[in-house]
Design a protein around this ligand. Structure first.
Ligand code: HEM
Length: 470
């Protein structure tokens, strides 16, 4: 075992091996709720873009912020195999496209890509209206409040949106907060988060003896049961749906409809496979988008001059008309798009992704022997002063020019990048635009969001803002 650790250190080329105490090694870096991101950023600043750490003696991990190496890893076959972090989601997401192994992934991704084609994305935009209309009404109740956490509102709205576009159902989560399904989605997220940083819960054998294990089985069974019923319902409606009104049909078209028609390996998907994919979209598309909207609002509350520029842009598009945005309107929101990009640079909703290097990699002066997990530290890339001068400054105008290749990667990169990135950009733009057309977003003096780390970032003290009617 000891020989193996020496062998890895000797074989690895082009990496700094970060010193750490014997045995515990870099446990202190990860064993902190609020400190992981700043700790990893300090390490990248101190040792550079390629560092070898050990969670614990014998558990190596490569911390990578070198954009060219990231481009190489994510762009080649070595970037297809996810590491053990994603296994925590397997009970819930099964063999869905986010978590599955490379062989299955190729067929799944090919089958799912058409669901995010431009014409379908445009039809999804029209279905945002209902959910965002309810959101605006709900937010009106907070006008004049001296500060409130906007994230729960956005999270429910985003869940409504993804359920309508993903499964074709109106969940009405915003009106119906106490539904079992919504509680279950929240609970499963919390269980995964608790497992992520608990050595006892990370190990499958010891995890079986914890309460979370039993809870996870119950919750996953209920979630999958719910989705199974939605799928059965949808199959029945589809069978009886009249096909002569194309507009109506397009309007109702959901990702699930597409999956019901899709073939994988020359056959229709089974119910279990459908559940895996639908749940994957729900997981991938719910918290990430809500967090991006919340962060954009927070950044705009801190920078009223930038908010004014976005509002002028919206006025030039809509004038005094209070219609809801069309896909064309969203295309015209160029400055807002730069603001959202800068927000995602500053606060990438998924601060790191990881891969298991399953074949030796030689790239320039770098050699990585197979069998080591690599953490692609997106936040570290975005905060690198070589790629973004004065990285601590919030400055949307950085995105007036093209960014350097692989230096802006909030949606990952390469063939396994985020399949929902265009959808997310539309949803985030749409929601932020509607909020700004209705409200002036103000800061809560002294509030600084405390980022805790999960697969998607979370905030220990919420995302506080104030609202005034515009
Ligand atoms: C702002 C919002 C979003 C962010 C920041 C985001 C971020 C990411 C990132 C970083 C990855 C790469 C994961 C990896 O390489 O391990 C990813 C993958 C993925 N995302 Fe997103 N995402 C967002 C929204 C969405 C939405 C709206 C959907 C679905 C409707 C979605 C579905 C997925 C799926 C299915 C994958 C896996 C793709 C594959 O492995 O082929 N995401 N996302």
């Amino acid at each position: 075992f000891i020989y193996k650790q020496h062998k890895i250190n000797n074989q690895l080329k082009g990496f700094v091996i970060a010193p750490g105490p014997p045995l515990l090694k870099h446990f202190h870096v990860f064993n902190t709720e609020l400190g992981i991101l700043p700790n990893l950023l300090d390490i990248s600043n101190k040792y550079g873009g390629r560092v070898k750490l050990d969670y614990f003696y014998g558990m190596p991990i490569l911390l990578i912020t070198d954009k060219d190496l990231i481009g190489h890893i994510l762009g080649t076959k070595s970037g297809l195999l996810k590491d053990a972090m994603y296994e925590l989601m397997e009970k819930w997401l099964g063999d869905g496209v986010l978590t599955c192994k490379p062989d299955k992934w190729k067929t799944s991704r090919k089958m799912l890509n058409p669901a995010f084609s431009v014409p379908l994305l445009q039809t999804y935009v029209y279905s945002f209206e209902n959910s965002v209309r309810v959101l605006i009404e709900k937010l009106k109740s907070e006008v004049g409040n001296s500060g409130f956490n906007v994230l729960p509102y956005l999270s429910l709205c985003s869940l409504d949106i993804i359920c309508e576009t993903g499964m074709g159902i109106k969940l009405n989560a915003q009106q119906n907060k106490n539904s079992q399904y919504i509680e279950d989605i929240d609970e499963i997220g919390a269980i995964i988060l608790r497992r992520l940083f608990s050595p006892i819960k990370r190990l499958p054998f010891t995890y079986r003896f914890t309460k979370d294990y039993q809870k996870e089985l119950e919750v996953v069974a209920r979630i999958r049961d719910f989705t199974r019923k939605v799928i059965d319902d949808r199959k029945r409606t589809k069978a009886s749906r009249t096909s002569n009104n194309t507009d109506e049909k397009n309007k109702e078209y959901s990702l699930l409809d597409m999956l019901l028609e899709a073939e994988s390996d020359g056959r229709i998907l089974t119910n279990e496979e459908l559940i895996d994919e639908v749940q994957t979209f729900l997981f991938g598309g719910h918290d990430t988008s809500a967090t991006s909207v919340a962060l954009s609002l927070y950044c705009l509350s801190k920078h009223p001059d930038i908010q004014d520029k976005v509002v002028s842009e919206l006025e030039s598009i809509f004038g005094s008309n209070d219609r809801y945005p069309t896909p064309n309107d969203l295309n015209e929101m160029r400055y807002l798009e730069m603001v959202i990009k800068e927000t995602m640079r500053y606060y990438p909703p998924a601060p790191f992704i990881s891969r298991m290097i399953d074949e030796d990699i030689s790239f320039n002066d770098v050699f990585i022997p197979k069998g080591i997990p690599a953490m692609i530290f997106l936040y570290g890339v975005h905060m690198n002063p070589d790629y973004y001068p004065n990285p601590e400054k919030f400055d949307p105008s950085r995105f007036e020019k093209e960014t350097k290749p692989y230096s802006f990667i909030p949606f990952g990169s390469g063939p396994r990048n985020c399949i929902g990135r265009r959808f997310a950009t539309l949803e985030v733009k749409y929601t932020v635009a509607q909020i700004l057309r209705n409200f002036n977003v103000l800061e809560v003096p002294g509030h600084l969001p405390q980022r805790t780390t999960s697969i998607v970032i979370r905030f220990k003290n919420g995302m506080m803002i104030r609202l005034e009617l515009r």
